[in-house]
Design a protein around this ligand. Structure first.
Ligand SMILES: Nc1ncnc2c1ncn2[C@@H]1O[C@H](COP(=O)(O)OP(=O)(O)O)[C@@H](O)[C@H]1O
Ligand SMILES: [Mg+2]
Length: 304
């Protein structure tokens, strides 16, 4: 999508609307999750009454939540949106974010309006888990729909609640979905497309950053672009931050691509052999612990 076309189609809209429209146009995949949400939204009364989206940073949780929000609005449902980045984990702040001076007032208001409630970045609000379970969830009308998104699976603190929660763990985008995304951003050079598909490992954040890089720097060969190496390094660091099995898989792909793409230009420090061996074992290893060690070592040695 060329920026001039984006500009024209967004003419007359606010910047926020233009961004939302652009995001909707670039949204790919997630059909199973959208189908689950759509069916859940259409039912008059549902059990489970809560959807939980989870996955590592950059896996597309916030983007999916906004897609849920668009569906909800299209079906005429009011929206309540809470982002854990903007709210301190205190009952009073949660109440305000949910639309009341107190949690009781917020619940009363939600029961009257029957909104779809989207709580994003829940990993920052985990301290409110008990408050939610005691003071909000048991009192919500069945027509109120609640979606929570966070980086981690629901912990033991959810106990019996887990039986009424529909879990939606987010995997990576499929290669065809990544190609579709790149095509919508008008990235069509076959070599760059396939490099991006292989390197991003389906992680939406990686796909989006690679696209920005290709467009901004008119990159025709990712392996030869110095910015690409910096970008991969920061992505690997982020993936290591949320290490789990899926991010290990992504990490391995990124590191493999990184290793091959830096081979001709990388002048390793004295610790080369050890670092290189570690990164190779990182790629082949299925163990998160070993991946972590290998990737960290590689990142360090490249930085130095
Ligand atoms: N389904 C999708 N289609 C297209 N782009 C996506 C999709 N999901 C995520 N993205 C891109 O990846 C970036 C990171 O996604 P985000 O939703 O912020 O991840 P998270 O909330 O899990 O950290 C977004 O800014 C967006 O550019
Ligand atoms: Mg997010």
């Amino acid at each position: 999508m060329s920026s001039s076309r984006e500009d024209r189609s967004a003419a007359g809209a606010t910047l926020g609307q233009a961004l939302a429209e652009l995001e909707a146009r670039l949204f790919v995949g997630r059909e199973p999750e959208l189908a689950v949400f759509g069916a859940w939204l259409a039912k008059a009364k549902v059990s489970p009454g809560l959807i939980h989206v989870w996955g590592p940073g950059g896996s597309g949780k916030s983007t999916l939540l906004r897609a849920f929000g668009r569906m909800a609005e299209a079906s005429g449902r009011p929206l309540v949106f809470v982002d854990g980045q903007d709210v301190r984990p205190e009952a009073h702040e949660l109440a305000m974010a949910l639309g009341g001076a107190t949690l009781d007032a917020a619940v009363e208001r939600m029961n009257a309006a029957r909104p779809v409630v989207l709580i994003d970045t829940f990993e920052r609000l985990v301290d409110l888990t008990r408050v939610l379970q005691r003071e909000v969830l048991p009192h919500l009308a069945a027509e109120v729909r609640l979606v929570i998104a966070g980086r981690h699976p629901l912990g033991l603190a959810w106990g019996p609640w887990r039986q009424i929660v529909r879990e939606l763990p987010l995997g990576g985008l499929a290669p065809a979905e990544v190609r579709e995304y790149l095509s919508r951003r008008e990235i069509r050079d076959t070599r760059v497309v396939e490099q991006a598909v292989a390197a991003a490992g389906g992680l939406p954040l990686a796909v989006s950053l690679v696209s920005d890089l290709v467009l901004q720097h008119r990159v025709r060969d990712l392996a030869a672009a110095p910015e690409w190496h910096r970008l991969v390094r920061s992505l690997v660091e982020q993936l290591l931050h949320d290490i789990n099995n899926r991010s290990c898989a992504n990490c391995s792909r990124l590191v493999r691509f990184y290793a091959s793409s830096t081979k001709p230009r990388w002048r390793p420090p004295r610790t080369t052999t050890t670092s290189a061996n570690r990164s190779r074992s990182c790629v082949s290893s299925r163990s998160c612990g070993r991946v972590r060690m290998g990737c960290s070592s590689m990142t360090t040695s490249v930085t130095s």
